[in-house]
Ligand binder design. Structure first.
Ligand code: PMP
Length: 305
């Protein structure tokens, strides 16, 4: 299914008109960055809520900063454009929003400087990303995560997603739902497109931002919900490969994957092999938060209508 409209070159146009030439810099060299934002439909309020729009657009513009891109538009402007786009699409269901910033010049030459950049945004109806989101079986990828001194993982940089694609396809072709990725130093970083958490000794542990992870907005949300609403201590530190095999619970978080419980890693059962109580509770809390059902966190929800 294709979108009906796109924000492209400064205005909302029919999706069929949102096209770039084959020489476009970002298309040739991966010099773009993207976001992944969700809108959640709240049936009682008949409202579509964009989740943490400001945080997503702040991160997108920071990825742009890494790539020497400057824009006149800030996070608030981009949120307002997204609202206009979602209204124009007249969505009344859960949606996924894909903003993209890209080096738009059509020329030959690998570099970042002295190039123009543009922004596009599209949206699509969307539900699940990982189908087994209560009992995923994952593997540890033989690919390693890109290092901060190669292509920074804290940016959502187009070219770096070849790394993700290699990880994901090998895992799926080998019969797994997803893969976890090790850093060059052998510690866990994250899933192919999700952050990683384990429950160990009554604490919630997640790799630190210095472990080549994308600083996930769902990760940030879950850390807050876990400590404030469940009262569990959250620790950011490096995680060894075999430590995770012996965790009480493991789960992944992401805008697309939401909270996906991992119940088996490389054919080893995690805990008793079923989704645990912490993952289960966090899934519930997260689903309520994204749909605007937790009064305390309503500042995360931007209404469209
Ligand atoms: N890591 C990677 C590599 C990702 O692509 C994503 C998806 N954006 C995440 C983690 C999760 O980030 P977020 O919660 O902000 O969607």
């Amino acid at each position: 299914m294709k979108p009906n409209y796109a924000y492209f070159e400064g205005k909302i146009v029919p999706y069929s008109e949102a096209k770039v030439g084959v020489l476009t810099h970002s298309f040739n060299y991966g010099t773009g960055a993207f976001g992944g934002v969700r809108g959640y439909w709240n049936e009682e309020e008949e409202q579509l809520f964009i989740f943490r729009a400001n945080d997503h657009y702040t991160r997108l513009l920071q990825s742009g900063q890494l790539l020497l891109m400057e824009f006149d538009l800030g996070p608030e402007d981009l949120t307002n454009i997204t609202i206009d786009l979602l209204k124009k699409e007249d969505h009344h269901q859960d949606v996924y929003v894909r903003p993209l910033i890209y080096k738009s010049d059509e020329l030959i030459g690998v570099k970042l400087h002295d190039l123009n950049a543009d922004i596009s945004i599209v949206s699509l109806p969307f539900s699940k990303y990982v189908s087994n989101d209560t009992n995923a079986h994952v593997t540890i990828s033989s690919w390693r995560r890109v290092d901060d001194n190669m292509i920074p993982a804290r940016g959502k940089i187009v070219g770096a997603y070849v790394n993700t694609a290699l990880v994901k396809t090998d895992a799926v072709r080998a019969g797994f739902d997803e893969a976890l990725v090790l850093n060059v130093d052998g510690h866990l970083s994250e899933g192919s497109a999700e952050n990683l958490f384990m429950v160990k000794g009554g604490k919630l542990v997640t790799p630190a931002v210095t472990d080549n992870i994308l600083e996930g907005i769902t990760r940030r949300t879950i850390m807050e919900l876990a400590s404030v609403e469940i009262g569990i201590k959250v620790v950011e530190r490096s995680i060894d490969r075999t430590e995770i095999y012996l965790a009480e619970e493991v789960f992944m978080t992401g805008t697309a994957a939401q909270v996906t419980a991992i119940t088996k890693i490389d054919h080893r059962k995690i805990g008793n092999g079923e989704m645990g109580p912490i993952a289960s509770k966090l899934r519930e809390l997260y689903d309520s938060a994204v749909r605007g059902k937790l009064e305390k966190y309503r500042h995360w929800n931007t209404p469209v209508y």
